[in-house]
Design a protein around this ligand. Structure first.
Ligand code: SF4
Length: 288
């Protein structure tokens, strides 16, 4: 089966390995400020584990570049604005940060992770400008295309908000990478696949999937300990992901099929730590 994964996509585009450098310039998230945040969201808001509090933006770039060079021998980089909501700031501040990131040696692009309800027209104009200057993609969490699931997760946006934002970005030629979760207790396996079909038909250019897992100190941990809802087992997850890949058009780039988890912060399920085994099985089963 032919499907394209992110590393291969970037290698085709730039002629060599390109490594993402995750940064945390100190953004916050409106869903944490105005509501209770998503039930699975941890204090770190998905920032990379090596990013320590107090590091300046410049220090993060230098440290990230060092790791990328040592571990992956990369000389080209995409700066990945990953933590919290990376468009939740003034246009001026975003412009300053994006400019600084692009001026760092070896940087060939930007990846901006945000919420679908955090791209107003001024930010869209800014992103369009950067899209002309560099390789850019915007990551948007849908997490599900089922309204009841969005409510259960406390996402604070609707399905139509996600689809509208994908349309607005795509109408400016900006690539969109969507995020989706398998294993929400509000969904049957059939619902998950239906949700996935709706997700890939929105016009996204790439996606990330991960299994619902529970991190210490989150609202989800409390809900899990109280309600004892069941989580997917590894075989169920693999079967769902394999079905999702079969449904994926060849031009959609697969960015991620499992989450990165810190063992010291994980409550359940423990199998999500077996990233290599999961990917190996999926690739072997599908001949990827
Ligand atoms: S949108 Fe992201 S950062 Fe904000 S509460 Fe949800 S998971 Fe956390």
């Amino acid at each position: 089966m032919e499907r394209i994964f992110l590393n291969e996509h970037l290698r085709n585009k730039f002629g060599e390995r390109v490594q993402r450098i995750p940064v945390d310039p100190g953004f916050v998230c409106p869903n944490r400020i105005n509501n209770n945040g998503c039930v699975f969201c941890s204090e770190q808001g998905s920032a990379a584990a090596w990013l320590k509090k107090g590091m300046s933006f410049g220090e993060q770039l230098i440290k990230g570049e060092g790791i990328a060079r040592r571990r992956y021998k990369s000389k080209k980089f995409i700066i990945y604005f990953q933590a919290f909501t990376s468009t939740y700031a003034s246009v001026k501040e975003l412009d300053r940060l994006y400019k600084e990131a692009l001026s760092f040696p070896g940087v060939v692009g930007l990846a901006i992770s945000t919420r679908p309800d955090c791209i107003d027209d001024d930010i869209l104009d800014l992103l369009s400008e950067y899209n002309k200057k560099t390789y850019l993609w915007v990551e948007l969490g849908a997490q599900s295309m089922i309204e009841d699931s969005l409510l259960w997760m406390g996402r604070g946006h609707s399905v139509s908000c996600f689809t509208d934002t994908v349309n607005r970005l795509r109408s400016r030629g900006i690539e969109v990478v969507g995020h989706i979760i398998f294993g929400l207790p509000t969904e049957t396996k059939k619902d998950m696949i239906t949700s996935f079909k709706d997700f890939i038909s929105t016009g996204i250019n790439g996606y990330k999937i991960h299994a619902l897992h529970i991190i210490k100190g989150t609202q989800l941990e409390l809900m899990y300990r109280t309600d004892k809802f069941s989580l997917l087992d590894m075989n169920e997850y693999i079967e769902l992901v394999e079905e999702a890949i079969r449904l994926t058009p060849k031009d959609i780039v697969i960015h991620r099929l499992t989450a990165e988890c810190d063992i010291s912060k994980l409550v359940a399920p423990l199998w999500v730590l077996k990233k290599d085994a999961i990917l190996g099985r999926i690739k072997g089963d599908l001949g990827l």
